[in-house]
Design a protein around this ligand. Structure first.
Ligand SMILES: Cc1cc2nc3c(=O)[nH]c(=O)nc-3n(C[C@H](O)[C@H](O)[C@H](O)COP(=O)(O)O)c2cc1C
Ligand code: SF4
Length: 441
C-alpha cells in the first residue's frame, strides 16, 4: 500500500458522523437521543469552554470550509473584530447550493437539520453572535418547511432563542429562502440578497468580518462546515484532525453523479482514492463502460482525464498536484461515450445564464464562451476559435468582482487543454472570411 492509499485509512469500516444511519434523525426527539445538543450544552454550561477556546478547538481540528474555497474555518472565525456591545454581528449559514454537480448540503438539511442548527449556535457563541441566518436555496421548498418545523421545536425546548439552557447566552436563528440564482451563494451577494437587495456581489475588501450584513461584522460558512462544529466539540479537535488527509482532515460528503452504478451522497474521510470512490463506493462505471473524465469538486473545478487520476486522493494537496481542486467534493463522472464539446456547451450555457452582469469581462465573456463553444459543437467552428476561447478566459480570470468569471473560464480552459483533439475533430474544414470569426452560432 503506498502513502497516498493510507490517507483515508481503513475507510471500509468508517462510521458516519455527519449523516449517521439513524431513522428519523431529523426529528428533535430522535436527535436528542443521539447526543443531540450535547455539545452546545457543554459549551454553554461548563467552565471548560469560552468563545476563544471553542475557536481554538476548531483551529486545532484543521477543518477547512466545505463551500468550495477550502478556507480554514477557525482562522475565519478569528477574523471577527473585538466585541462592541453596541454593534450587532451576524452569522450566515450558506445553504444556497446551486453549482452543477453539488448536492450534499441538501442531504444534511433533510436528514440532520438539528446538527446544522447546533453547529450554527456553537459558531455564533464562539464569535459572540446573537443572530444566525440560514440562507437556503429557494427551490428546496420541502426542506425549508421541514427545517422551519424543526427549528420551532428547538425554540420550544430552549435550545435556540433567549437564555439558551439557562446559560445567559441568547441567539436567534432565522431561516431565509434564497432568491433563485446561483450567484446568491457567493458570500457577498448572499448578504445583499438577505438585505432585500438584488444579489450583486460586492468588491472585497472590505471582507464580511469587517463589513457584512447591514454593514456589520459577519461570518459566512457552508452548511457542511458548520455541521462539523458539534462533532469537534463532542469528540475533540484532535480526533477530527486525525480523520483522512492530515492537511485537509475530517469527514466529507462526496456527492457522486454521472455514469456510475450508484450515484448519491456518501460520507467518508477526506483523502479517499478517486478510484475507490468510483469503483467501490459508487458501484463502478455504469454498463461496464470506461471512465473518460471526471470533475472532482463541482462544475468549476478543472476536469481530469481518466489517465490523470491514478493514485490521486480527494484532498486539496493531491488534487492540486493532479491539476485540479477539491471544491465542494461534488464529483461528476463521465464515461467513454460523453461528447466533451457538447458537455462544455451545457456548462458554458449555465455560467452565461447565471452571470449577474455587473462586470464586463463576465457579462460579455460568458456569452462569447457559450456562443463559440456552441459553434464548435455544431461543427461550424474553426481551429482559431480555440485560441480565441483561451484568450477570452485570460481576459476573464481574476478581473472581476467575484469568482463566477473564473468558475466560468476554467471549464473552458481545462477542457480545451486536456481534450484538444476532440475540439479539433469538430472544427469545420471550411475557411471563414476574415471578420466572420466572431459571428454567433
Ligand atoms: C458563484 C459562487 C457561488 C457560490 N455558491 C456557494 C454555495 O451555494 N454554497 C456555499 O457554501 N458556498 C458557495 N460559494 C462560496 C462562498 O462564497 C463562500 O466561500 C462559502 O460559503 C464560505 O463557506 P466555507 O468557508 O464554510 O467554505 C460560492 C462562490 C461563488 C463564487
Ligand atoms: S464576476 Fe460575474 S457574477 Fe461576479 S459580480 Fe462580476 S458579473 Fe457578477
Amino acid at each position: 500500500m503506498d502513502d497516498k492509499k493510507t490517507k483515508a485509512g481503513d475507510w471500509r469500516s468508517y462510521q458516519r458522523v455527519l449523516l449517521p444511519p439513524v431513522k428519523d434523525l431529523h426529528k428533535l426527539d430522535v436527535y436528542e437521543k443521539h447526543e443531540g445538543y450535547k455539545a452546545l450544552r457543554e459549551v454553554l454550561t461548563t467552565d471548560k469552554w469560552n468563545p476563544t477556546s471553542v475557536t481554538n478547538e476548531v483551529k486545532k481540528s484543521g477543518l477547512k470550509g466545505r463551500g468550495g474555497a477550502g478556507f480554514p474555518t477557525g482562522l475565519k472565525w478569528s477574523f471577527m473584530p473585538p466585541v462592541d456591545p453596541n454593534i450587532p454581528r451576524f452569522l450566515c449559514c450558506n445553504g444556497d447550493e446551486s453549482e452543477p454537480g453539488t448536492f450534499k448540503d441538501r442531504q444534511l438539511m433533510e436528514y440532520n437539520p438539528h446538527l446544522v442548527f447546533e453547529g450554527m449556535l456553537i459558531a455564533s457563541y464562539a464569535m459572540s453572535i446573537k443572530t444566525g441566518y440560514l440562507y437556503i436555496r429557494g427551490e428546496f421548498a420541502d426542506w425549508i418547511t421541514l427545517m422551519e418545523e424543526e427549528l420551532e421545536k428547538a425554540y420550544a425546548k430552549g435550545y435556540v432563542g433567549k437564555n439558551i439552557m439557562g446559560s445567559g447566552y441568547s441567539c436567534d436563528i432565522v431561516i431565509h429562502k434564497g432568491a433563485g440564482a446561483y450567484i446568491c451563494g457567493e458570500e457577498s451577494s448572499l448578504m445583499s440578497s438577505l438585505e432585500g437587495q438584488r444579489a450583486y456581489p460586492r468588491v472585497k475588501p472590505p471582507f464580511p468580518a469587517q463589513k457584512g450584513i447591514w454593514g456589520y461584522p459577519t461570518t459566512i460558512n457552508n452548511v457542511e462546515t458548520l455541521a462539523c462544529a458539534p462533532l469537534i466539540i463532542n469528540k475533540g479537535g484532535e480526533w477530527f484532525s486525525k480523520i483522512g488527509a492530515p492537511s485537509h482532515p475530517g469527514p466529507v460528503l462526496y456527492g457522486i453523479s454521472g455514469h456510475v452504478n450508484r450515484p448519491g451522497v456518501f460520507e467518508y474521510p477526506t483523502g479517499m482514492l478517486i478510484t475507490d470512490l468510483i469503483n467501490e463506493v459508487a458501484g463502478g462505471m455504469r454498463g461496464g463502460k470506461k471512465l473518460k473524465a471526471l470533475i472532482p469538486g463541482g462544475s468549476s473545478t478543472p476536469i481530469l482525464r481518466a489517465d490523470m487520476i491514478e493514485g490521486v486522493t480527494m484532498d486539496a494537496d493531491s488534487l492540486r498536484e493532479a491539476g485540479s481542486m477539491m471544491g465542494t467534493s461534488g464529483m461528476l463522472i463521465m464515461d467513454e461515450d460523453v461528447d466533451i464539446v457538447s458537455w462544455l456547451r451545457r456548462i458554458t450555457h449555465f455560467y452565461h445564464h447565471e452571470s449577474c452582469g455587473q462586470c464586463t469581462p463576465c457579462r460579455e465573456g460568458t456569452g462569447w464562451l457559450e456562443n463559440i463553444v456552441t459553434r464548435l459543437d455544431e461543427g461550424q467552428g474553426q481551429l482559431r476559435d480555440l485560441d480565441i476561447l483561451l484568450d477570452l478566459c485570460t481576459q476573464m480570470e481574476g478581473r472581476t468582482v467575484c469568482a463566477l468569471a473564473d468558475a466560468a473560464a476554467w471549464p473552458v480552459r481545462y477542457t480545451i487543454d486536456r481534450f484538444r483533439s476532440e475540439f479539433e475533430a469538430k472544427c469545420s474544414t471550411e475557411t471563414v472570411p476574415s471578420g466572420g470569426v466572431l459571428e454567433t452560432a
